[in-house]
Design a protein around this ligand. Sequence first.
Ligand code: NCD
Ligand code: ZN
Length: 344
Amino acid sequence: MTDTLTITRPDDWHLHVRDGAALQAVVPHSAAQFGRALIMPNLRPPVTTAQQAVDYRQRILDAVPAGTAFEPVMSLYLTDKLPPEEIERAAAAGVKALKLYPAGATTNSDAGVTDIRKTYATLEAMQKLGLLLLVHGEVTDPAVDLFDREAVFIERVMIPLRRDFPELKVVFEHLTTQEGAQYVRDADRFTGATITAHHLLYNRNAIFTGGIRPHFYCLPVLKRETHRLALVEAATSGSPRFFLGTDSAPHPAHLKEHAFGCAGCYTALSAMELYAQAFDNSGALDKLEGFASFHGADFYGLPRNSGTITLKREAWTVPETVPYGEATLKPLCGGEQLAWKLVA
Ligand code: NCD
Ligand code: ZN
């Protein structure tokens, strides 16, 4: 039995850090775990220009504790009207990706894309300049059941998109279904996917065990057990298409424990411990390094990190709350014991 695991310093390819006091509270947690993180642009207002991304990146860097090396990799928020010229400015400023939120799909997505065809000139520029398209892969059609929105997105959006832009690198973010996992597994090298720790560890029963449990509510929502098993199989398969993206999405506890509770699980505090648990559960700890430290960097065309982290099999209790500006934040698994601990 492996009790100590040292791997190349991992990256988080899907992270929400918000702004202001919230940003100050959460950035140190990610910086302690990861070498880099792809920063999601769904602020209010969203990050839609290269200049906003450059300024946001600096605010994130200012919140990284002294002596810690942590690099925010920036993305812009794709809208119906984002001009192709902005893609040139973004590429020149080091922005790596654009995030496609179907309008209304999730937190701060009202400025999102209403019809992907409206963005084709911009996608053309991205394909040419090598910027990635990160997709929130759910349709918003109210006639489609919430639990089927990812599968329907493949048919209605992904397949036509891949046909029209075969060399655009596309990341299917936070996969949650067997259909999504199969689609990405069988796709060519221009398609990849992130998988969260919570979708590897929990199925939808977690939201309803002993009462409604808002801290397990995120989007795309947790699915049934067959889907969780398909995600575990994909993540531990060694396929370079699948890589780590926590989708850690902080919200003040009082806005999650609310009649209209916000979507998002806060996992950044113990991200690698949660992934280690998921991989250990299926006897696949030897596959964690590829998933967490290599596949994402390779897909983004960035160098792999040079340092390492070490995880130890050592029980510890996740804090129930952490400060979050004037509010509090409840990490996923707060108050519970985890078997793995990040020690260096
Ligand atoms: C994210 C957030 O809160 O910004 N919420 C979530 O449930 N994952 C948005 C998103 O990534 O969908
Ligand atoms: Zn997200």
